[in-house]
Structure formats: structure tokens, C-alpha cells
Design a protein around this ligand. Sequence first.
Ligand SMILES: NC(=O)c1ccc[n+]([C@@H]2O[C@H](COP(=O)([O-])OP(=O)(O)OC[C@H]3O[C@@H](n4cnc5c(N)ncnc54)[C@H](O)[C@@H]3O)[C@@H](O)[C@H]2O)c1
Length: 346
Amino acid sequence: MDKLKVGIIGCGNIFPMHAASIQLTDLAELKAVCDNKEDRARQAAEKYNCNYYTSYEEMIDKEELDVIHICTPHYLHPPMTIYAANKGKHILTEKPMSTKLEDAKAMVEACEKNNVTLGVIFQNRYNPGSQLIKSAILDGSLGSVLGAKCSVTWNRSDHYYSGSDWKGTWDKEGGGVIIDQAIHTMDLMRWFIGEEIEYVDAQIGNRAHEQIEVEDSAEGVIKFRNGVFAGFFAVNYYSYDAPVEIEIHCMKGTAKMVAEKATITYNDGTIITREKNPNEIIDYGEGVKIYWGVSHSKQIRDYYDALRSGKPLYIDGKEAFKTQEMINAIYTSGKENRRIVFPSPE
Ligand SMILES: NC(=O)c1ccc[n+]([C@@H]2O[C@H](COP(=O)([O-])OP(=O)(O)OC[C@H]3O[C@@H](n4cnc5c(N)ncnc54)[C@H](O)[C@@H]3O)[C@@H](O)[C@H]2O)c1
């Protein structure tokens, strides 16, 4: 079978994870890259031996691509997805889908209308520990979920924000600690619980950053339709990136995730743990944080597999939309100081 021809838009921090993952798979080849900063596009093209563009429309129009990866600031994910979908391309976008919920909806609709497959990166679902907890909930060994909580206490300094032309802004990033950092943990917690949301009630604030307009702290509750309350606490003014924690309290035991290590303690005393495999290491090149691990590559390979085999995609646009809806509801709740009952109206 011919390899899928891939183009990537955005050659910033996350770009190497996508480019190296494409190189590693025998299912696809990187044909072109695009960045509106020409030097970035040129350097990326030299490194990966492909064509480069400064206009994504031109790349999509000129190259005969099957798949577009989107690695740009959040507010650009919707117009880029919709343009590519209307040209018949499959799209794999980085999280989050968008800054606004109506834009995420338009992405799903454009992909459905054009019969192309939208995937959204939530690579932490592929971590071995995440898989252990999800399967123990799915196969019933943990029993029904009774409650959940998570915390993300990381460090994103004023310097981190001043080094970016889009982070820390409502219009381009769409928020702060929730939409950018805690979104992974919130997505995992929602996925573990596996139920529809009844309401979101949250508070957000900027309590420690001088230079940004978005929130650096948030706390609240997600109530699910099965009656489960899931509490969350997220800040990015802590002194370091402490390990994220998720706890899922179930009828037959408790599952706990600390960073990537999962521990399930059953009520009968049995304990099962799973950590990332230390032998699974991918060299993504300079500047790529080690903790991002190998899960990006797993998700990208899975996405191509689904395209080729026609089997249902694991994290498609509709599934990612549910997390987007939860995230946007946290913002609406926090800004308007009210409970957001689902389905949320935004
Ligand atoms: N999954 C993860 O763990 C993870 C980690 C980091 C970043 N991300 C996501 O990846 C995306 C990019 O983040 P980043 O940290 O790489 O940002 P970045 O700012 O380092 O890179 C974004 C790139 O997009 C380019 N760009 C901006 N406008 C463009 C346009 N109109 N056309 C073409 N290129 C354009 C910029 O020049 C820049 O090179 C975001 O959605 C972010 O949330 C995900």
C-alpha cells in the first residue's frame, strides 16, 4: 500500500514530536511543512528533507497530501482544519480543538460533511498506566466509579509567557492553566469516568502572574450523570512541575495515577501497578521535553492505522469535543460565576 502523504502546519515546540513520529512509522511520509515564520519552515524542511511553505493554503493546494497535522496556536486550529477538510484532507490536530466551543463544533461538522477523519492529540491516554486504569474500569474489576479528584500544580513563569506571541491571551490561547496544561489530566479523568456530564461548577483566577490576562488557577467540580462528583485543582504558579495526580474511587478499589505511574488498590488488598516502559525511548531531537515520552508516536501511528483500515478512531473529533465542552464550561462558569448545566449552550 502507498504511504500516506503528510503535511505539518506549525514548526514550533511540538513539531519534532510529529515529524519524528511520521519518520518512525512505515505508514506515512512527510512531504511538506508550513510555518508563517519562514526560517522555521526552511530549517524544518532541511532537517526532514521535504518542501516548505509559509502559507498553509498554498501547501494544501499545491501538494497532493492525504493528511494534515496541525501544530499551531489554539485559535488557528479551526480555520486550518476547516480549510483542509474542505479540500478533502484528513486532519490530526494538537489539543485543544479550539478556543471556542462553536468553532470545535464547526470542525466536527466540516470533517463529517467532507467525509474526512478528524483526530485530536490526547497522547496521555496511550500511557501504559492510563490504559491499565481504563481497562480495570471497563472490565468491571474496579466496580462502578463513586468519586474522582485530580490536581495539576505546575510552573509556567512570566518568562514562559513573555517568550510566546500567543500564550497568556484569551483570543489566541483561549485560557491558561486549564486549556493548555491541565487539559490532559482533565481529559483522562473524564475518560476514566466514561459518563456524560451533568454540570460544571468552577472558579478561575489569575493570582500570581503579572503579565498575562488568562487564569493561572482554577478549581471546581464536574458532576456526571451517574451521580459522580469529580473535583479538580489546577495552578501554574507552583515552584516546579509536580507530578499530576488523579484518583478514581470505585466500589471495589481505588485507582491512583501519580505522573505516569498507575496504582490500583483493590478492597481485598491486591495491588497492581503500571509505569511507563523505561526501554521505550524516542529521540525526538533537540529541545523536546523527555516527559512527553513515546505516547505521541503511539497515537499518530494509531491514527494512520485507523485511516488505512477504516476501523473507528480512538480519539476522534466527537470524543475530543466532549473534553472541549468540559473545558469551555469551566471558563464560562468561572467568568460568569454560575453553574453550567449540560448540554452547555455556548
Ligand atoms: N500534546 C502535548 O503534550 C503538547 C505539548 C506542547 C504543545 N502542544 C500543542 O501544540 C500546539 C503548538 O504548540 P507549540 O508549543 O508548539 O507552539 P509554538 O508557538 O512553539 O509553535 C507554533 C508554531 O506555529 C506557527 N504559526 C503561527 N501562525 C501560523 C500560521 N498562520 N501559519 C503557519 N504557521 C503558523 C508559529 O510560527 C510557530 O512556529 C498547541 O496547540 C499546543 O497546545 C501540545
